[in-house]
Structures are given as structure tokens and as C-alpha cells.
Design a protein around this ligand. Structure first.
Ligand code: BGC
Length: 259
């Protein structure tokens, strides 16, 4: 780095998932990781206490200055930091104030947001939805289905479209990537489930662009070409890093969403 150049601001982004808890410091100018990402397995009993211990271990491992903000992307609707309901972690999370829990465990201030909203913000600031006007839906396909709805660059938080009831089922139990793995579905069979899911979302919201994220977005060429939708459908540019990057960006922003 040139002697006189100002270092880019950083924030630590952490993405809590059903199988792994991942974190990295993020360069907020470029949206790139400023150090290698670390991943710790989600504890089998994924209680608030057990997850808080993992968060503390992750935060400590990066040895960042005390004023670096922390953003946590969490797989539940977040009402001003409080978990409203939880589908894919221990049920005792309901009602927990996540920023308070993280502060008690780490001594640091934190912003907590829904994981798909974080991914949406990551894609909107640095990725596939950058500069896109109109209605953008970012859908994350993982243990569950997460949704972020962005209208002319503004996020509508906590949309929870993974829990639409479709053909009598909670949609994510049929169309999430975990359903593909659990039922050992071929890409073609899974694409049929995705088609049914996205055509329902399209009927309700008419998005101009659908960005498909989550870990399985790295295999997008196996299933995205099989979808027949009116919206343009593209894979997430940041792939599975979008949640970490978006959570970091929101932690540093003056107007975080209702985290
Ligand atoms: C949760 C959402 C979350 C999504 C992806 C759903 O089961 O209700 O809040 O965004 O899974 O993790």
C-alpha cells in the first residue's frame, strides 16, 4: 500500500447457518474479504448459548481493533434485533435479542439482520443487483429458502418468502437445497420444484430480476437454465459470501435495516 493512502474501512461479517458459522473481515469499499474466511461447524444443539460461544471464538480469532463493527446475518426474521421465529436452529432462539447476546459474549457492539436480507444487500452493493432499478428478489437456497426484496435499491426487510405455502407445503421443505440433498433429487427433479416455487413468487410479486444465491449457486449451470420464468434469473455474484459481505456493510451503515 502507498504510504499516504488511507486504508479502506473494515467490518466483520458473520453468517450463521444451519450447518456452518462463517466469518471474515470485509473491505467496505470493494466488498472483498480482507482476510481469509473462517468456518466453524454449527453446534448440534444450536442453542443461543452454544452459538454465542462460537461467535466469540470467531470474533477473537481475527484480532481486530475494538472499533471494527460486527454484523451478524441470522436465519430468522429479525425485529429490531429480536428473533421473531426460527425454522432451522434450536427453537429456544425465539424472542432472543441477538445484539445483546453478542455483546454479552464478546464485549462488542453488533448489528444483527436476517441472513437473506444481508445477502440481498451484499448483492445490491457489490454484486449482481448493483445499480439495478425495479423489483429485485434475491433468493438464497440452503438449509431453508431466504428472500430479500429490493425495490429501486431499497430493501423491504423480513419478507420470509421461503415459507409461502405452495401445494399444501411450506415451500422451503420442498425446494431448498437441503430438500434436494435429503431426497437425493436429480438436478432436473429439483429444477421442477424450483420452477413451481419461483413461478408462484413471480405471480405474487413480478420481480424484474431474480438473483439466486446460497452455496448451491456455484452449480447454477446445472439448474438455472432449466427454469422458464418471465424475470431475468442470474446466479449471485458473491455466491455464498453475500451474507457475510452484506452483514458487514449493514453493520457499518448509518441506517441499518430493522436488525
Ligand atoms: C428462515 C428465514 C431465512 C431462511 C434462510 C428460513 O427458514 O425463516 O429467516 O432467511 O430460512 O436461512
Amino acid at each position: 500500500m502507498h504510504e499516504n493512502s488511507t486504508p479502506h474501512p473494515l467490518a466483520l461479517g458473520i453468517d450463521v447457518g444451519g450447518s456452518g458459522i462463517k466469518g471474515a473481515p470485509v473491505d467496505l469499499v470493494t466488498g472483498d474479504f480482507a482476510a481469509e474466511r473462517k468456518r466453524i461447524k454449527t453446534p448440534a444443539a444450536s442453542t443461543p448459548q452454544a452459538v454465542a460461544e462460537v461467535l466469540d471464538e470467531l470474533v477473537d480469532s481475527f484480532e481486530l481493533p475494538a472499533d471494527v463493527p460486527i454484523g451478524v446475518a441470522f436465519p430468522a426474521p429479525m425485529d429490531h434485533g429480536v428473533v421473531r421465529f426460527i425454522a432451522n436452529l434450536d427453537k429456544s432462539w425465539k424472542g432472543v435479542n441477538l445484539p445483546e447476546l453478542v455483546h454479552d459474549a464478546t464485549g462488542r457492539r453488533c448489528t444483527a439482520v436476517n441472513d437473506a436480507d444481508a445477502a440481498g444487500v451484499g448483492e445490491q452493493r457489490y454484486g449482481a443487483a448493483k445499480g439495478v432499478d425495479g423489483v429485485v428478489l434475491v433468493a438464497t437456497l440452503g438449509t431453508g429458502i431466504g428472500s430479500a426484496l429490493i425495490v429501486d435499491g431499497v430493501l423491504v426487510p423480513n419478507t420470509e418468502l421461503g415459507h409461502l405455502e405452495i401445494d399444501g407445503h411450506d415451500a422451503e421443505t420442498r425446494a431448498a437445497d437441503s430438500a434436494r440433498e435429503r431426497e437425493d433429487l436429480s438436478w432436473e427433479k429439483w429444477a421442477e420444484r424450483l420452477q413451481r416455487y419461483f413461478e408462484t413468487v413471480e405471480m405474487l410479486l413480478s420481480p424484474d430480476l431474480i438473483v439466486v444465491g446460497g452455496g448451491v449457486s456455484k452449480h447454477h449451470e446445472k439448474y438455472l437454465p432449466l427454469l422458464d420464468l418471465r424475470a431475468t434469473v442470474v446466479p449471485a455474484t458473491l455466491r455464498n459470501a453475500a451474507g457475510i459481505v452484506g452483514a458487514a456493510a449493514l453493520a457499518a451503515s448509518e441506517r441499518p435495516v430493522r436488525g
